[in-house]
Design a protein around this ligand. Structure first.
Ligand code: DSN
Length: 393
C-alpha cells in the first residue's frame, strides 16, 4: 500500500488479532475469499434500487450478484423462494431491525422486546435507540430465579399490552428460545413475530440451534457473527397476502438507505456458500460443545454462570457475585492485559451500571474458527479463573 499510516495500522491489527484469545461472541474470522470479495471493485458501483429496477445504468453484474446472494441465503436456511423472500441490502443489524419496524409497525405503536440488561439489543426498542423513540417498547426480561424466559409471563404481558410486533432472539441470552411458544403468544395477541437471529444464525445454518423459520413472520440476522461473513445483514420475510417482503424492501430503500454496498454483498455471497459446506455443520456443533466446556469448567472453578450454563455459542458470567468477586469492567481489563478479549456485560437483575456491570460475556465462534476444541476451552477456563482470582485481591 502507498498509504503507510493505514498499512501499518492494518498490520498492527493483524498482529493483535493473531496474538489474542478472542472470546467476543459476536466476532469471527472471515476467509481470505470473503475479504477479496469485500474489497473488490464491486465497491465502486452505485446500485440504488433492486435487481432489474435500479436508478443507475451499468447493472449487468450487480443484478446477477445480488440475485446470487439472495438465492444462497435462502438455500442456506432451506427456504423455498415461493415461501420466503430475503433482502440482502441492510448495512448492518440495527438498520435491518429498524427497517422491519418501519415497514410493518406504525410510529407510536408497541414493540415488545427484551431489555438490554436481560440480554436484548439496543435495536429491540430501547429508549436510547431510535427504535425506542419512534415506537413504544414493551420491555420484558427473564425469570429472576431461572434467568431464562418465562413464557407464561410473556403471554400475560403480551395480552395486556397488545404489541404490534414481538421480538425474540437476543444478544446476551445463552439458552435456546422456544419459537413455537413465541408464535402462540404472537397469535394470541395479534402481533407479528420477528426473530433476530444475529447471534445464532450460524448455529441454525449448521443444525446446532432450533430454526426460527417454522414460526416467525420475519427473521433478521447480521452476517458477521456466527455466519462468518463480512459486516452486513439479511432480512427474511414470509411471502403471503400481507406482502411483508414488499413493505420491508421499501423500508430499506428508499425508506432508510441509498445505494447498497455491493462489495459487502459480494462478501456475504461468498460466506453464505462457505456456510452450506458440510464442514460448517461440524464447525457449528463444535462452537456449542466448546461453549459448554468453557461454561462447565468455569462453574466448577466457582464462578456463577447465568442460567447455569449454555445451549449456544455464548456464556454470561457473574464476576461480581454480590461483592465476592470483581466488577465486569475490571474483569474485562484484567483479561485483556493477559491476552484474553471479552466484553463486560450486564446480567439479569443488574444492580450496577451498564458502564461497570456485574459480569462478562464470552463466546466461542472466533476461537472455534481457529480450530480450538473442548480441551483448549478447559485450559482457557482455568486461565481465566487464575487471572480473575489474582485480580480479586
Ligand atoms: N454488538 C453486537 C454484539 O456484540 O452482540 C450487537 O450489536
Amino acid at each position: 500500500m502507498k498509504d503507510k499510516q493505514v498499512e501499518n495500522l492494518i498490520k498492527a491489527e493483524e498482529k493483535r488479532q493473531k496474538k489474542v484469545i478472542n472470546l467476543i461472541p459476536s466476532e469471527n474470522y472471515v476467509s481470505k475469499d470473503v475479504l477479496i470479495a469485500l474489497g473488490s471493485i464491486f465497491d465502486n458501483k452505485y446500485a440504488e434500487g433492486y435487481p432489474h429496477a435500479r436508478y443507475y445504468g451499468g447493472q449487468t453484474n450487480t443484478d446477477k450478484l445480488e440475485e446470487l446472494c439472495k438465492a444462497r441465503a435462502l438455500k442456506l436456511f432451506k427456504l423455498s423462494p415461493k415461501e420466503w423472500a430475503v433482502n440482502v441490502q441492510p448495512l448492518s443489524g440495527a438498520p435491518a431491525n429498524l427497517a422491519v419496524y418501519l415497514g410493518l409497525v406504525l410510529p407510536g405503536e408497541k414493540i415488545m422486546g427484551m431489555t438490554l440488561t436481560a440480554g436484548g439489543h439496543l435495536s429491540h426498542g430501547q429508549k436510547v435507540s431510535i427504535t425506542g423513540k419512534v415506537w413504544q417498547q414493551v420491555p420484558y426480561g427473564v425469570d429472576p430465579k431461572t434467568e431464562t424466559l418465562n413464557y407464561d409471563e410473556l403471554k400475560k404481558l403480551a395480552m395486556e399490552e397488545k404489541p404490534a410486533l414481538i421480538v425474540a432472539g437476543y444478544t446476551a441470552y445463552p439458552r435456546v428460545v422456544d419459537f413455537k411458544k413465541f408464535r402462540e403468544i404472537a397469535d394470541a395477541c395479534g402481533a407479528y413475530l420477528m426473530v433476530d437471529m444475529s447471534h445464532f444464525a450460524g448455529l441454525v445454518a449448521g443444525g446446532a440451534y432450533p430454526t426460527p423459520f417454522k414460526y416467525a413472520d420475519v427473521v433478521t440476522s447480521t452476517t458477521h457473527k456466527t455466519l462468518r461473513g463480512p459486516r452486513g445483514a439479511l432480512i427474511f420475510s414470509k411471502k403471503d397476502d400481507r406482502k411483508l417482503d414488499k413493505k420491508i424492501d421499501k423500508a430499506i430503500f428508499p425508506g432508510l438507505q441509498g445505494g447498497p454496498h455491493m462489495g459487502q454483498i459480494a462478501g456475504i455471497a461468498v460466506a453464505l456458500k462457505e456456510d452450506t459446506a458440510p464442514a460448517f455443520k461440524t464447525y457449528a456443533k463444535q462452537i456449542v460443545k466448546n461453549a459448554r466446556a468453557l461454561a462447565g469448567e468455569l462453574e466448577k472453578l466457582g464462578w456463577r454462570i447465568i442460567s447455569g450454563g449454555t445451549d449456544s455459542h455464548l456464556i454470561l458470567m457473574d464476576t461480581w457475585m454480590e461483592g465476592k468477586g470483581l466488577p465486569g469492567k475490571d474483569a474485562e481489563a484484567l483479561l485483556e492485559k493477559n491476552g484474553i478479549i471479552c466484553n463486560k456485560n450486564t446480567i439479569p437483575g443488574e444492580t450496577r451500571s451498564p458502564f461497570d456491570p456485574s459480569g462478562i460475556r464470552m463466546g466461542t465462534p472466533a476461537e472455534t474458527t481457529r480450530g480450538r476444541k473442548e480441551k483448549d476451552f478447559l485450559a482457557i477456563a482455568r486461565k481465566i479463573d487464575k487471572i480473575l482470582r489474582a485480580g480479586k485481591k
